[in-house]
Design a protein around this ligand. Structure first.
Ligand SMILES: Cc1cc2nc3c(=O)[nH]c(=O)nc-3n(C[C@H](O)[C@H](O)[C@H](O)COP(=O)(O)OP(=O)(O)OC[C@H]3O[C@@H](n4cnc5c(N)ncnc54)[C@H](O)[C@@H]3O)c2cc1C
Length: 269
């Protein structure tokens, strides 16, 4: 199928993109890597009146790692972040989860901002952002604000971003010194969306997990009890797996992810 007709804009600067976002209103869509949006256009699951393509905005392509965490420009590709040694050194969850996102060819085009803004409950990065307690920066012609991961994901494919806002940066806090982390998932084939996934961070006295694919948003649990995690989730039956099977995957992934994160944190935990 072919997309419904739309107007196309490729602004040269962020200011121009923000102005277009404000003027064209909620019926226009942002185009980032296009790996999710273009199939939706082709299948006519989305029919925006206009596309605002961010591809010229080099100012949104960066990875800035420090001891505190990693700031990632929205138009940075999955592959760039995956390959960043600086990001890996302070936040190994990033590479570990990104390697499970689709295949290299998709990760060469798909962006970090697109993955977060798309808010697919089966995607890896929203859970990574949630388990780390990260945040995003949203900008509009009205100004700039930070949105915590806990406030960002509101439902399937839905965020609390306003219709005139652009997501410009994603902030992934570092795994605490002395802590450990792990990301594990179960999918039918490598590169498929996960049936369920678990991001885990352990540090002195605290345990935090966020699950992928088991509810409308990432499910965050601060407990090492696999049954508590399964009880907190609201997975659905679908053509890929039953809700009960997904809950069982959560129990298994909880145990495995905790063991791996603790091993990485060292014997003190
Ligand atoms: C075959 C295949 C397999 C895949 N498997 C996986 C997988 O296993 N795990 C996974 O996580 N993903 C998977 N994906 C999706 C992939 O990761 C996408 O790249 C990602 O979901 C969206 O990123 P994008 O840059 O392509 O965004 P686009 O497709 O361009 O946009 C997606 C949505 O986000 C909005 N958006 C994008 N950028 C911004 C912004 N800066 N501000 C506000 N809104 C914005 C768009 O308007 C659109 O609604 C797969 C895709 C394909 C084609």
């Amino acid at each position: 199928m072919k997309p419904a007709p739309f107007d196309y804009y490729a602004p040269d600067s962020l200011d121009e993109a923000l102005r277009l976002r404000s003027e064209l209103g909620p019926e226009a869509s942002i185009l980032a890597g296009g790996q999710s949006l273009v199939p939706m256009l082709n299948m006519r699951l989305a029919a925006p009146v206009a596309l605002i393509d961010l591809r010229k905005l080099d100012e949104l392509r960066y990875v800035r790692a420090s001891a505190d965490g990693v700031a990632v420009g929205a138009m940075t590709t999955h592959r760039t972040l995956e390959r960043s040694e600086e990001a890996h050194a302070v936040c190994p969850l990033l590479r570990e989860s990104l390697e499970l996102v689709a295949h290299t060819i998709v990760r060469n085009r798909g962006t970090i901002g697109g993955s977060i803004a798309h808010a697919d409950p089966a995607a890896e990065l929203p859970s990574v952002l949630a388990v780390l307690g990260g945040k995003v920066t949203a900008r509009s012609v009205r100004g700039q604000r930070d949105v915590a991961a806990s406030e960002l994901f509101t439902f399937h494919f839905t965020t609390s971003l306003e219709p005139d806002e652009l997501l410009t940066e994603v902030w992934f806090p570092a795994v605490p010194t002395g802590g450990g982390s792990a990301f594990l998932e179960v999918s039918r084939r490598h590169g498929d969306y996960a049936l369920a996934g678990a991001a885990c961070v352990v540090s002195n006295g605290s345990t935090r997990l966020a699950y992928t694919g088991v509810g409308p948003t990432p499910v965050v649990v601060e407990s090492d009890d696999p049954d508590a995690a399964a009880a907190a989730a609201s997975p659905a039956d679908d053509i890929h797996a039953t809700a009960d099977y997904r809950r069982q995957l959560m129990r298994v992934l909880t145990a495995r992810a905790l063991a791996k994160a603790r091993e990485r944190a060292g014997s003190a935990l």
